[in-house]
Design a protein around this ligand. Structure first.
Ligand code: FAD
Length: 434
């Protein structure tokens, strides 16, 4: 895309004795929205109730229909196969390990030759731009091949490419050399965040950038660093995984990587994190006042759910799938006056409480069973319910205990599957609902 590269930085770090790795990633072509025959595509429904990231902003729905889907076909696959020798991802120019969860289209065609079609999604990128993103068509092929490939898709026979797809390779600092504050070990005052730490993704980079910035300032001020735990936030899981597990492919945050994922709901983020943000000076008085008001309403909502109906507290009745908070409007004074978002939250807390208790028990059990031995001669591909990523790690590293499996990055949810399988003892005796 005409951007220069930062030569010298990684070779300098390597000369200081740091271990440097190499990953790759890519993106798909963007096409002009006016060059698409929308009627030939399948609309994919959006949520009908607008949601928001921050309790400081108003929910907003900018477009009723933003996503459509279609499929590649034999002609698309032929174009790719005929030109595969022109793809840097395949001609040996690019060798790094790519992101597992967004492989290039040429990767998909060459690795799964039996698949006759691959689904692609067309996403309108924003209100302001005319670009449409083709999710699933990431590619390193030259622009003329991209035109041929795109024109084989239904609805895109006359599509205009506004920005071609491309692939890149990049160096990263193997993140076991980084401290939980994101300061680089042995280099006082140097903090790293994002792609340079082996992650892939906008959110992953932004989250680390925030933490590195906070901790750099805390260090300068001589104050306590801010380190989030795995139970506090996905950021805690992300940084802990980066530092303490083996990173062999671009790291992406997935909910399955968090053992306390039911606690880490987006709706609990204000309660979990605003006081910490206030401590480090990042929460304004306005935000703090809005937070305090929200907490008061939550407390009020929770106390209303303690009230009893037919002898049982409402919060217990709500555990039944058929029971909803609105069922108590008019029965409990003041309940229907609470904002919808507060009602949603206290209802979810009540409904999830049993699952959260179970999840906490499971997380404790995983820690207790870290020493549990794993047999050396298992064919992990035959154990049902494990993700492909976990199977790859088990085959590659052959960890001899559950703890070591966690250390090479097997997710806690897959570790629970392994634990249940060990108890059952038989390959194929476990499904994913453990
Ligand atoms: C082609 C492609 C497609 C991608 N698609 C997606 C996607 O769809 N979704 C997603 O979540 N993620 C995607 N990613 C990944 C995501 O873009 C990156 O993980 C993320 O942007 C990394 O952020 P960063 O801040 O670590 O690095 P960058 O965004 O690369 O920022 C580093 C900055 O440092 C600057 N810089 C470098 N050297 C110097 C220097 N010596 N002095 C001053 N400045 C310097 C650079 O100019 C750059 O602005 C994609 C990445 C690529 C390459």
């Amino acid at each position: 895309m005409g951007e220069g590269n930062a030569k010298g930085l990684s070779s300098y770090l390597a000369s200081l004795g740091f271990e440097i790795g190499r990953f790759k990633t890519g993106t798909s072509p963007r096409i002009h929205k006016d060059s698409i025959d929308w009627d030939e595509l399948t609309p994919e429904a959006s949520i009908d109730r607008p949601s928001r990231f921050s309790f400081m902003s108003e929910p907003r729905m900018w477009h009723k229909q933003v996503c459509y889907s279609t499929y590649t076909n034999d002609r698309t696959h032929k174009v790719i196969r005929d030109n595969i020798d022109r793809a840097p991802l395949f001609d040996g120019t690019i060798e790094g390990v790519g992101p597992r969860y967004c492989p290039s289209i040429e990767d998909k065609i060459m690795r799964f030759p039996d698949r006759r079609r691959h689904q692609v999604y067309l996403e309108i990128e924003s209100e302001e731009s005319c670009d449409v993103y083709i999710l699933g068509l990431s590619t390193s092929l030259p622009e003329d091949v991209q035109y041929q490939m795109v024109h084989t898709l239904p609805g895109l026979t006359r599509a205009q490419i506004t920005r071609p797809g491309y692939a890149i390779e990049y160096d990263f600092l193997v993140p076991s050399q980084i401290l939980p504050t994101l300061e680089v070990q042995d280099i006082y005052g140097l903090y790293t965040a994002g792609q340079i730490n082996g992650t892939s993704g906008y959110e992953e980079a932004a989250a680390q950038g925030l933490m590195a910035g906070i901790n750099a300032v805390m260090s300068i001020k001589g104050e306590e660093p801010l380190i989030l735990g795995r139970k506090d936030a996905y950021i805690g899981v992300l940084i802990d995984d980066l530092i303490n597990t083996v990173i062999v492919e671009p790291y992406r945050m997935l909910t399955s990587r968090a053992e306390y994922r039911l606690l880490l709901r987006h709706s609990t983020a204000p309660s979990r994190l605003t006081p910490l943000g206030r401590r480090v000076g990042l929460v304004s008085d306005d935000r703090w006042a809005a937070y305090c008001e929200r907490e008061e309403l939550l407390t009020k909502g929770r106390s209303l759910l303690e009230k009893r109906v037919s002898g049982s507290p409402i919060k217990d009745l709500l555990r039944k799938p058929s029971c909803y908070i609105e069922d108590f409007f008019g029965i409990i004074d003041g309940l229907d006056e609470l904002p919808e978002e507060i009602l949603d939250e206290v209802e979810v807390e009540a409904k999830y409480s049993g699952f959260i208790e179970r999840q906490n028990r499971e997380a404790r059990r995983l820690q207790k069973h870290r020493e549990r031995k794993l047999p050396r001669d298992v064919d992990w591909t035959k154990v049902r319910g494990l993700s492909r990523e976990t199977v790859d790690k088990l085959v590659r590293f052959r960890p001899d205990s559950l703890g070591k499996a966690l250390d090479v990055g097997v997710s806690p949810s897959d570790a629970m599957v392994i634990l249940a399988w060990l108890r059952g003892g038989k390959i194929g005796s476990v499904d994913s609902k453990v």
